[in-house]
Write a protein that binds this ligand. Structure first.
Ligand code: ZN
Length: 215
């Protein structure tokens, strides 16, 4: 009994020291990993596709891509700001921003990721679903996280993550993705895209994916 009383507090102190050291070690590990990966951004550049004379995809019914993409982008920006991110929007009105300017904005921003928001179009009206493109390897995780959330935002096929050399991705020095939120050429996807509350759900999904990529 007496021996137990002696050993027990000693063992407790040893255990505390051990776990304390373990926590410090793990903490240092996390920090180290954070400085290496794209996961430590505090700024998001939100790029609404198209604008002005460049309407983007035409909808089978309702407004064109430049309108629904801008609205979705503004919603994503608002959600991220509420979550404490610094957000830069390449456009907030119906203006034409050359692709080079969009990339320059991204390159000129520190600790940032770039998310370009689009809606799709195909000649075949049956084509539908959501997909996310990336180019540089450092952008792959961001693409995967956003695509995962986006694919759950409404009932449409998950077309997956694809590597593609789109200008705004290829010329970018930051982790950069291009999100296609559905096909305006498909009546089902388009009905979602034309509905403000559905666009809010899409925006929330994109924001969740971005936040998940940082964690
Ligand atoms: Zn587009």
């Amino acid at each position: 009994m007496g021996v137990r009383n002696l050993i027990s507090p000693v063992a407790r102190v040893v255990a505390m020291l051990f776990f304390g050291a373990l926590m410090v070690f793990l903490g240092a590990g996390c920090q180290f990993a954070g400085t290496l990966g794209p996961g430590r951004f505090n700024t998001v550049v939100i790029d609404a596709g198209h604008g002005a004379h460049d309407s983007g995809a035409r909808a089978v019914r309702g407004t064109s891509e430049k309108v629904v993409a801008l609205d979705t982008a503004k919603r994503v920006a608002a959600i991220l700001r509420r979550r404490g991110f610094w957000v830069i929007e390449t456009r907030t009105t119906d203006v034409f921003i050359p692709l080079g300017r969009r990339v320059a904005i991204s390159k000129g921003t520190r600790n940032s990721v770039f998310v370009s928001i689009h809606y799709n179009w195909a000649r075949r009206s049956a084509a539908r679903g959501v997909e996310t493109f990336y180019y540089s390897p450092q952008s792959q995780v961001l693409a995967q996280k956003v695509q995962r959330e986006l694919s759950l935002s409404y009932a449409t096929p998950n077309r997956g993550v694809k590597r593609r050399g789109f200008y705004v991705l290829r010329k970018n020095s930051r982790p950069a993705i291009l999100v296609e939120c559905g096909f305006l050429s498909n009546p089902f996807d388009n009905a979602i895209a034309q509905n403000a509350s559905k666009r809010q759900r899409i925006a929330e999904a994109i924001a969740r994916g971005i936040i998940a990529a940082r964690e």
